[in-house]
Design a protein around this ligand. Structure first.
Ligand code: PEP
Ligand code: MN
Length: 344
């Protein structure tokens, strides 16, 4: 339910509404709008409370939200949300480029690749320190050492970084180093983890599960949001279908569908969708053409030596090529790569 406050509602009227909401045992979420305050109410069940809240001074209107996800719904927040990560903005109408290795393998490898992507125009760095691997015998990541390496790469390049949190035990250590926390595809419905990450105080990049519907994806975003994280970016990285010509099937149809019902930004991971380096650029362009707010791309300068996902990594020069052709698609859509300067 949404409580829309009057333009001239006073501080004390707002406080009173908040107290009443909490008095019912519900949660109040402040959603400042361009000119008036809206208070999102979650946990509510009855209609009496709605009528009661509507009668309070300073309240203009109370609206029932029809979708099962509330805070993620466009009914709650009509304008697109802009998610700020350091100096990078997702959802401001431009396109964000995140690039880097699938996994942090060593200091040298990460610094080389970070330099390569930074000098070619990436705005954020990616790299897994805790890796979810299908096989227990595969490289599992460097853990905290990997986070220290990413921190060094940020110092050298100025690029903020996103990295995955795999479990509740490591949230605090990852949040200590990272600019943005990644929820991996396999964990999108790990509700215990989502609740805890929501409370970590960092922006989150949440990947869509391999068989998750749009509604399930937004319900998972809702777990993050209702637990305190407003800065959620969704990532489409391909879903599992009968097709086996690519690692996954990139579902670009989810981009306009999500934008219709949610205010959250959405980016595309063309590396994990395609699984093949030669398909990465076509997937990326299709995603941007569908209206995605950015890309997250695997880049490796020695893919044949990569400990994880070398087959889907672009070489640095291929990343330059991606940047060039993306500029063309962005221009056709009235967008640019990079943060809109005037929006903060
Ligand atoms: C990754 O981005 O490194 C990753 C493991 O992705 P996903 O969770 O989408 O498979
Ligand atoms: Mn990977």
């Amino acid at each position: 339910m949404l409580v829309i406050m009057d333009l001239n509602a006073t501080e004390s009227e707002i406080k009173k509404v908040e107290e009443r909401i909490k008095g019912f045992g519900y949660q109040a979420h402040f959603i400042p709008g361009r000119d008036r305050l809206t208070i999102g109410v979650t946990g509510n069940r009855g209609v009496e409370e709605r009528l009661y809240l509507e009668s309070l001074p300073g309240v203009l209107q109370v609206i029932q939200i029809t979708k099962p996800y509330k805070l993620a719904s466009r009914e709650t927040h009509q304008e697109n949300s802009v998610v700020q990560v350091d100096n990078v903005q997702f959802g401001d109408g431009n396109v964000v480029m995140i690039a880097g290795p699938c996994a942090v393998e060593s200091m040298e490898q990460t610094l080389r690749i970070a330099d390569a992507v930074a000098s070619r125009g990436a705005q954020m760095l990616r790299g897994g320190a805790y890796k979810p691997r299908t096989s227990p015998y595969s490289f599992q990541g460097l853990g905290e050492k990997g986070l220290e390496i990413l921190t060094k790469a940020r110092e050298k390049t100025g690029l903020p970084f996103v990295t995955e949190v795999q479990d509740t035990e490591t949230i605090s250590v990852v949040a200590h180093y990272a600019d943005m926390l990644q929820v991996g595809m396999r964990n999108m419905q790990n509700f215990t983890l989502l609740k805890a990450i929501g409370k970590a105080g960092k922006p989150v990049l949440m990947k869509r599960g391999m068989s998750a519907t749009l509604e399930e994806t937004l319900m998972s975003a809702e777990y993050l949001m209702v637990n305190g994280c407003r800065d959620v970016v969704i990532c489409e990285r391909g879903v599992r279908t009968f097709g086996n010509h690519a690692r996954n099937t990139l579902d670009i149809s989810v981009v306009p569908a999500l934008k219709q019902v949610s205010h959250l930004p959405i980016i595309i991971d063309p590396s994990h969708s395609s699984g093949k380096h030669y398909s990465v650029i076509p997937h990326a362009l299709a995603g941007l053409g569908a209206g995605a707010d950015g890309l997250i791309v695997d880049v490796h300068d020695r893919p044949e030596e990569a400990l994880c996902d070398g087959h889907q990594a672009l070489l640095p020069d291929e990343f330059s090529q991606l940047m060039d052709v993306s500029k063309g698609v962005c221009a056709a859509m009235g967008k640019e790569i990079g943060t809109k300067k005037k929006n903060k």
